[in-house]
Ligand binder design. Sequence first.
Ligand SMILES: NC(=O)c1ccc[n+]([C@@H]2O[C@H](COP(=O)([O-])OP(=O)(O)OC[C@H]3O[C@@H](n4cnc5c(N)ncnc54)[C@H](OP(=O)(O)O)[C@@H]3O)[C@@H](O)[C@H]2O)c1
Length: 329
Amino acid sequence: MTKFPEDVAGVGDDRIVGSTALVTGSTSGIGRETARALGRLGAHVVVHGRDDEAGGEVVDAIEDAVNEGTAEFVRADFADPDEVSRLADRTRKAAGDDGLDVLINNAGGYFREPQLTDLGVEYTFHVNHLSPYQLTAELLDDLADGARVVTTASEAHRGDRIDLDAVTALDDFSSWRAYQRSKLANVQFAAELGRRLRDHDRDVTSNSFHPGAIPGSGFFRHLPGPLSKAAGGLGKLPFVTTPADGAATAVYLAVADDVADTTGRYFADLREKKPSTEAQDPRAQRELWERSAGLLGIDEPLAADGADAAAEDATGATAAADDAEATAE
Ligand SMILES: NC(=O)c1ccc[n+]([C@@H]2O[C@H](COP(=O)([O-])OP(=O)(O)OC[C@H]3O[C@@H](n4cnc5c(N)ncnc54)[C@H](OP(=O)(O)O)[C@@H]3O)[C@@H](O)[C@H]2O)c1
């Protein structure tokens, strides 16, 4: 029998009654299991996605379970910045004066067709990276002391770098490379957010994680031919990673005491893991942060002053050199 994610994460006995959590992309797959787990632990969960019916079912499942968890559904398309803002507004209202305790940036997917959003940004990059960035920026002032931001990345982030000039074009489009790029952005975003929160003396952590390869989630439906066809059958095999297994690391990062002060890190299977050298590069992280604000036409969130930025450059260069050395060892 599949264990609940909170039990796998070792936090099944923790209670988070009175806290509010937003789990993006929780109408399906890993997000749905994460939302249900946080509900079982007692949170008020803002369930998000585009499918009203599926969203309603997750809300019902949380409210019908035997515990204090409550939930509401907010529909928002992550290809549309206005809808992301509406999700931020609704979450702010749900969290009230106590603030938001958990933000799980999980919505996303693998998109096969080359497409620009109305903002002129490649669709995968917009949905998987730019919208979580926007959402987090809009909710920064609403994050409670001790809040945790968790971003669903992927091991697929390895093996690429982000050419930020290319995210507004479809030249030589490859759906796999677009996905890789967006997942690298997730790891870099989470690290940069962690650093900036710390620099601004905010008691809020930010980490990213790889949930495992999970054929039983909705994700595999969009993969090219044979993989998509095999996914349904593979997802039912007993030894395969399930969406509930995938949710365990998200729940762990959102709730466990032993990571309460851990920030800017990447995890897999409930353990910290070294991401790619490119993912760790502080200059690339900062450039992504600044250019993302530019693409959205917003002020840079948690901006550093000039002196801090110069100091960061110097430390960044040293850290990148150290990382490269460590990776080569
Ligand atoms: N499954 C894997 O093997 C795997 C491995 C590594 C990383 N991941 C990552 O895990 C995360 C969750 O994926 P999953 O595997 O659980 O897939 P999933 O079952 O397809 O769930 C994806 C969720 O994201 C939402 N979503 C997708 N596009 C959206 C859009 N344009 N606007 C708003 N919401 C949108 C979906 O909502 P609606 O359906 O309601 O629109 C759904 O709730 C993704 O970030 C994915 O990259 C998955």
